[in-house]
Design a protein around this ligand. Structure first.
Ligand SMILES: [Zn+2]
Length: 146
């Protein structure tokens, strides 16, 4: 870093000092500015490379079923989650991502499936009518009866 010249010094054109630093012997203005330009460019790239380390990043996109797009900058070393919760509350899916496949042959029981295990459709019809009556009478109890 012995040859480092700050922008401030260069801009002020302290020619003797700069010439001394750069080891330039000529006093011609044109050559001087050429030398300065080269020096300043060199000094800048030096700082970027040596003093600032940017963590390598990748931009990851998630697509929300409601049409939103989420942009997440992840470090390349980070483990990218396959899903991300959108601001609207829906589950956005990693674009081009591979979702974990549901295990083959294993049916995922829904609430509806579980309900049918406990009640026949006939029972549900009755309950449904009861609920409708309650709704019409504006007397919906807090506790769920189903
Ligand atoms: Zn959304």
């Amino acid at each position: 870093m012995a040859r480092r010249v700050s922008d401030g010094q260069a801009a002020r054109g302290n020619s003797s000092a700069v010439a001394c630093v750069l080891g330039v012997t000529t006093t011609k203005g044109e050559n001087m500015s050429e030398a300065l330009r080269g020096s300043r460019l060199g000094a800048r790239s030096y700082e970027t490379d040596d003093h600032v380390e940017f963590a390598p990043r990748q931009t990851t996109y998630y697509d929300c079923p409601n049409g939103h797009t989420i942009e997440m900058p992840f470090s390349v070393e980070a483990e990218i989650p396959p899903v991300w919760e959108c601001r609207c509350g829906a589950t956005a899916v990693l674009r081009d991502g591979v979702l974990p496949e549901p295990k083959p042959g294993k049916h995922v029981r829904t609430h509806w499936d579980m309900l049918l295990e406990r009640r026949s459709l006939e029972d549900l019809e009755v309950l449904f009518e009861e609920r409708l009556d309650l709704l019409r009478a504006h007397r919906v109890p807090e506790k769920k009866s189903a």
